[in-house]
Design a protein around this ligand. Sequence first.
Ligand SMILES: N[C@@H](CCC(=O)NCCCC(=O)O)C(=O)O
Length: 250
Amino acid sequence: MPRPIVAIPADIRKFDGTSWHSVQTQYVNAALKASDLMSFLIPALEEGNHPDLILDRVDGLLVSGSATNVHPSLYGAQARDSDGPFDPARDATSLPLIRRALERGIPMLAICRGIQELNVALGGTLASEIQDQPGIWDHRKPDVPDRDVAYAIRQNVIIAEGSCLAGFLGAGPVPVNSLHRQAISKTAPRLQVEALAEDGTIEAVSVIDAKGFAVGVQWHPEYWAETDKPSRALFEAFGEAVRVYAASKA
Ligand SMILES: N[C@@H](CCC(=O)NCCCC(=O)O)C(=O)O
């Protein structure tokens, strides 16, 4: 069977005086080297993307992280300047793809911004600047030049007994990294909490009664997917689900 393909929705990034559709290489590399999957980058468009035209051509959906935030209007909140930066084209691309992939049973792994988009797509809400809440740690990306330090593994999440993640990570503490200032506030009705940080922050969810693999994580398993055992196990499980789906299509 040819190597299956996952769709990765891009961000809009602006530099060199123009706009770019961009995905960080760590997601493409993790898909290839830990999941044995090809990646198709999906342009971030406010209009013009048709989920089925995209999903007909791939075998999975990998929703990446991004420094931008989901626009608060998408979960019924007022947008404050401090809630930015925003990427409406990414929102308009990701959320319909997430909903349609779930309807079609296409395997999905959602990471960081991705888990937040998953929650919003299914009717949940987000909290901003969570580090300002009493008892909540600073989960933000460390302000350091070295990306290996920024993505360093530095906290435990507790995987719930009987959860989807426990099936391949085992229940209990798992060390992960942390680079976010938002988190799930109201969990969408169709989501099951799979892991919590030790400060109570929701760190992973799965979709209840999903037709296929449908997991979101707040940390960044892609960054160390080749060398960190839990990160690799997550990407291997995702890759296997994508291969099973691809074979079922064939
Ligand atoms: N913006 C959201 C999601 C955070 C996220 O996806 N972080 C990835 C960082 C990418 C990078 O700058 O390398 C939040 O802050 O909660």
